[in-house]
Design a protein around this ligand. Structure first.
Ligand code: ADP
Length: 397
């Protein structure tokens, strides 16, 4: 099962996207519909709301008087917290029931207006954000939905700003243009990304890009992408992953590199990574293990291979290559990944040199494995400089 979170500012076109995804075969769970269901007449939710807020929030026919309830909690944080304390667990329970009832090969799309504001992103394999300029959204809300302009503006102001929402997006669907363009983008998203991603997760098959190392310019989106992955892994693994870090070239601001997000999970003991629960959590999350890679390259001063063992997982997402290295906290491999990253961040000249070396080797190598092998001598040469820097700067992990 693939779990996708769908959100967007009011008027962005989120509901239009949800409808289209449902037509394509997604199992769409609408959080607004579930919120209404749990407060429907006859239910425990409504009874508890009535007990807390009184008969004034119930209409003559016994249903919830939403405007009355809205004014009862307006500007009163304690009252709002009470309301959320009653309804949120019920909504979460209903959501879990609906998701559990979906077939194993389902692509479940959870349509949540306040997904970003409520920090729900880590709960999904992928977050899709529908994005349109504020002026266009306002025009649609007033023109097409007939909302009053002041009301539309007030609602927009209550939501996360566009930058925050974009930083939370694994997929950004721009909807500043025509409906046809939006529908085409949803179609492509479904066929090129969601369907193969779901199938890869179900089959425990990581996505592999054609095997030619390509360097691309630094992408300012990399740290955001890494943050989303780190948060997702952290939410799913909890105490089993005491530390999770973005490492590798994409973690060095300004430096070109392969478009691969490297993440390092620090486990207390490497055996924790071999635990069946750990492995199945990773696989369900879309990061199955690849047993071919179990070692880092030892440095000259620490040649003992046992200091450099690791486990390796890769992402099933055809839209984003992610390598997850699981290393024991404090091990040579763990420290090296952090030290090398921090050194390159601190020394732009060394970073430029590294890019030159990679660029030359890339042209000379035919596969990623060749290329990784060819990089080893440079790592040997730079090692004394890294150590000197670590001493000077008092570096520690
Ligand atoms: P949301 O669910 O994000 O609030 P909707 O999907 O309901 O937004 O879209 C808001 C309004 O704008 C709707 O009336 C919808 O039909 C319309 N709309 C959505 N996308 C476009 C578009 N590309 N061009 C014109 N109108 C659009």
């Amino acid at each position: 099962m693939l779990k996708v979170g769908l959100t967007g500012g009011i008027g962005s076109g989120k509901s239009t996207v949800a409808r289209r995804l449902a037509e394509l075969g997604a199992c769409v769970v609408d959080s607004d519909v579930l919120a209404r269901e749990v407060a429907a007449p006859g239910g425990d939710g409504l009874a508890r709301v009535r007990r807390r807020f009184g008969d004034g929030v119930i209409t003559a026919d016994g249903s919830l008087d939403r405007p009355a309830l809205a004014s009862a909690v307006f500007g009163d944080d304690a009252a709002r917290a009470d309301l959320e304390g009653i309804l949120h667990p019920l909504i979460a329970e209903r959501t879990a029931q609906v998701v559990a009832a979906a077939p194993p090969d389902a692509i479940v799309v959870h349509d949540v207006p306040l997904l970003v504001e409520k920090h729900m992103g880590p709960g999904y394999h992928l977050v899709v954000v529908v994005d349109a300029p504020a002026a266009v959204r306002l025009e649609r809300l007033v023109g097409e939905r007939g909302m009053g302009e002041a009301d539309a503006r007030a609602r927009m102001e209550h939501q996360a700003n566009d930058d925050t929402r974009r930083a939370a997006a694994d997929v950004l669907l721009p909807n500043g243009g025509s409906r046809e363009e939006l529908v085409a983008a949803v179609h492509e998203l479904w066929h090129e990304r969601l369907r193969p991603f779901e199938e890869n997760v179900r089959l425990g098959r990581p996505f592999r890009r054609p095997d030619t190392p390509v360097l691309v310019d630094y992408d300012p989106g990399w740290p955001h992408a890494a943050r989303r992955i780190v948060d997702r892994l952290g939410a799913a693994l909890g105490d089993r992953a005491p530390e999770i870090e973005h490492v590798g070239s994409t973690a060095v601001p300004g430096m070109p590199g392969k478009d691969v997000i490297d993440v390092q999970i620090g486990v207390s003991r490497l055996a924790d990574a071999d635990d069946p629960d750990f492995m199945s959590t990773m696989a369900d999350l879309g990061f199955p293990r690849i047993d071919d890679y179990r070692m880092d390259h030892p440095t000259e001063d620490l040649p003992d291979p046992s200091l450099w063992v690791k486990r390796f997982h890769a992402s099933c997402d055809p839209g984003r290559v992610v390598h997850v290295h699981v290393r024991e906290l404090g091990s040579a491999g763990w420290q090296y990944a952090l030290l090398f990253r921090d050194f390159l961040r601190a020394d732009p000249e060394a970073a430029a040199e590294y890019v030159d070396v990679k660029d030359r080797l890339r042209r000379e190598s035919s596969s990623s494995a060749d290329y990784a092998e060819a990089k080893a001598p440079w790592f040997g040469e730079i090692w004394p400089r890294i150590q000197a820097w670590a001493q000077r700067s008092g570096w520690h992990d």
